[in-house]
Ligand binder design. Structure first.
Ligand code: ADP
Ligand code: MG
Length: 315
């Protein structure tokens, strides 16, 4: 690495985030050295983002930075983990200092409320790609898995789903809608909010969990397959934002919620005797786990709902 590159890393990354006491050596040497709490377990996750696949080409650098970290934190949230450190492997087509400044601002704005420290990474020239590995703590043997849903459990979703997919649809098809609606949908797409606090609370309550990155239908199916069970969902109970219902038909809104992806909300299951515990949580019960494999969708009248339910597939 040239001196120039080293200065670049010092300038942009070395002091970008909070300094944690469990980091003995951060950016600057061949490795970071960590001193993890001995009485906790570690959760580790990696996600790579590339233009046109994970974000539209013209996404602002601030949003790219924010979202790159958010999708990783969302995986930690789904395990009930508390984020601690992350590394960043960044491939840039050229050295665009204003772009890098904004990218770092987006990263740091999400890292700081979570007291996350950037502990290392890599910088190379090539087609734009952002690869983050994030680490978090879970209490010993207390983490949320996909494979532990039980027959009879209730299925929940946090907040609302479908808005990010609507944002992408609006961008791709150049749909005209008023500025405040448009900014609502684009914010959902570009600045997903990883549900860390809810994940931590659910760690002792839920029987299984996943974050919704590829659409509810596809992600819930991971829980069902992992747990060897099926589910019945009522599409009329899906939590849809007022903005979504105002802008799209019911059928379109349901399609965004089921198949759109990019929500980064949590889908989780709980034993029905824990239902009261959900009263003060921003969550909605959408169905239940059943013995018959597969995902079955009903409407509020108990009729089968048969529309496309595929999720985003990379291959
Ligand atoms: P090496 O030559 O050992 O591969 P580098 O010269 O690539 O290491 O990196 C020097 C230091 O800067 C290391 O501590 C590395 O973790 C850190 N670093 C490099 N790129 C980044 C980045 N994009 N973000 C954070 N830290 C980085
Ligand atoms: Mg080295």
């Amino acid at each position: 690495m040239s001196l120039n590159e080293f200065k670049l890393i010092e300038h942009f990354f070395k002091n970008l985030t909070h300094a944690r006491s469990d980091v003995l050596l951060g950016i600057g040497d061949d490795c970071a050295i960590l001193d993890p709490a001995f009485d906790l377990n570690l959760a580790v996750t990696t996600d790579t983002l590339i233009p046109n696949v994970h974000f539209p080409t013209h996404t602002l650098p601030y949003d790219i930075g924010y979202k790159s970290l958010a999708v990783n934190l969302s995986d930690l949230a789904a395990m009930g983990a508390e984020p601690s450190w992350f590394t960043l492997a960044l491939t840039l087509p050229d050295l665009d200092i204003p772009w890098l400044e904004k990218f770092c601002e987006g990263l740091s704005d999400l890292a700081s409320p979570h007291k996350l420290q950037l502990i290392g990474g890599d910088l190379t020239r090539g087609t734009l790609s952002i690869s983050i590995t994030a680490f978090g703590y879970v209490k010993k043997n207390l983490f949320l898995k996909r494979s532990t849903a039980n027959i009879g459990d209730l299925i929940y979703v946090t907040h609302t789903i479908g808005d990010a997919a609507a944002g992408l649809f609006i961008l791709k098809n150049n749909i005209q809608c008023n500025d405040s609606l448009k900014s609502h949908f684009l914010k959902a797409l570009n600045r997903p909010q990883p549900q860390i606090d809810l994940g931590l609370k659910l760690a002792t309550i839920a029987s299984s969990a996943i974050d919704i990155s590829d659409g509810l239908a596809a992600d819930l199916t991971h829980i069902l397959e992992g747990s060897n069970v099926g589910a019945e969902i009522c599409v009329d109970q899906l939590p849809l934002s007022t903005e979504l219902c105002k802008t799209f038909t019911k059928e379109e809104a349901v399609k965004f919620a089921l198949t759109g992806g990019d929500d980064y909300e949590l889908c989780f299951t709980i034993s029905p005797d824990k239902k009261e515990m959900m009263e003060n949580f921003p969550v909605t019960c959408i169905g239940k786990i059943v013995p018959t494999k597969g995902l079955v969708l009903f409407d509020q009248n108990g009729n089968l709902y048969q529309k496309s339910t595929g999720g985003y597939r990379h291959f």
